[in-house]
Ligand binder design. Structure first.
Ligand code: FBP
Length: 338
């Protein structure tokens, strides 16, 4: 089988090359990402054999979101923490599964970055073998160095992210990341245990004909959002518009990954039940918005650019409209119509 890329580049090599291009890089950041990649490989191994080992189902405990914690979610949460707590790069971490920020154990040095992560996104799909993923976001701390990280290090607007991305555990396992200079995709080759560059400098199509939303919530949306969805799925000859196709996996990582490659729009709007939307700003919306914007796309909450939202709480939620610039514009047009 011929190779897609004319050069075999591992993610570690790619990160170092990117760092070499950025002035003043210390290698600290590349080894941080290297440690994170190891965690993804361990989680991947567990996900791939989940049906064979006792990794499916729930732990019986509830997380801060009021959701039943899935065994694989708890496993991924622990693996990431353990892979990242002793490298000396981080001063604290925060995860969807934990109410408070996670301090670095006292025996380890505190570094200049904070890591936010959703250990396993799409948890409702874990037991039915549908694509799921891990999402991460990295910020530079704003509190003085060498002391434990604090809440304010996490409550920074999304445009301050220095890197973000996700790993999708699907038919193949891929890691997609940005460090603010474009978006790159790496496919995991278990036979050599490496993430290899397979999608160089990903650019989202300007416009797509796919919309992705849980239409089961239609009757909980406001009129403007209903109008957009009615328009999206209509043939309108006078506008030379064909009906868009609906695709919804129910794992944001997978739905946004498809949107990144095929174009279109993914939406999780606010509704009368969740008036702030469902998705979490800091470790779901911000990292995915940074990736999509870096690929030429757009991400809004219906009023403003997601990456400009000033966070107030660690687990705050936000409505999300993310995808091709032309499609996000269309949604905004309907939302701003009287
Ligand atoms: P978690 O699985 O990490 O809690 O994420 C939330 C999520 O599963 C997203 O991945 C997905 O887009 C959304 O919730 C699905 O929600 P719904 O079932 O309401 O459509």
């Amino acid at each position: 089988m011929p190779l897609v890329s004319n050069k075999v580049v591992t993610i570690e090599r790619h990160i170092i090359e990117q760092q070499e291009r950025s002035n003043g890089a210390t290698g600290d950041f590349s080894s941080l990402l290297r440690d994170l990649t190891l965690a993804f490989k361990i989680i991947n191994r567990e996900v791939m054999q989940a049906g064979l080992v006792d990794a499916l189902g729930a732990t019986g405990t509830e997380n801060i979101q009021g959701e039943l914690v899935q065994k694989l979610d708890a496993f991924a949460d622990t693996v990431i923490f353990r892979a990242m707590d002793h490298g000396g790069h981080l001063c604290a971490m925060a995860s969807e599964e934990n109410e408070n920020i996670l301090p670095i154990p006292k025996q380890y040095r505190c570094g200049k970055y904070v890591l936010l992560f959703d250990p396993l996104d799409g948890s409702s799909n874990i037991d039915v073998n549908v694509s799921i993923g891990t999402i991460f976001s990295i910020l530079r701390r704003i509190t003085p160095e060498d002391i434990p990280g604090e809440m304010e290090d996490f409550l920074q607007p999304g445009y301050k992210q220095i890197a973000a991305g996700y790993t999708i555990y699907g038919p193949s396992t891929m890691l997609v990341y940005t460090a603010g200079r474009g978006v790159y995709g790496f496919t995991y080759d278990p036979s050599v245990g490496e993430f290899i560059l397979s999608h160089d400098d990903i650019r989202i199509p300007e416009r797509g004909s796919i919309y992705s939303v849980n239409e089961g919530n239609y009757h909980k949306w406001d009129r403007q959002m209903q109008n957009y969805i009615d328009w999206a799925k209509s043939d309108i000859p006078e506008e030379d518009k064909k009906a868009y196709s609906l695709r919804y996996i129910g794992s944001m990582v997978a739905d946004v990954h498809r949107t990144l490659l095929y174009g279109g729009v993914f939406l999780y709007p606010a509704d009368i039940k969740s008036y702030k939307g469902k998705l979490r700003l800091l470790y779901e919306a911000n990292p995915m918005s940074f990736v999509v914007e870096q690929a030429g796309g757009a991400a809004h909450d219906g009023k403003q650019r997601v990456l400009e939202i000033i966070p107030e709480k660690l687990h705050q939620r936000t409505p999300l409209i993310v995808g091709s610039p032309k499609n996000v514009e269309e949604v905004e047009r309907f939302l701003n119509a009287g």
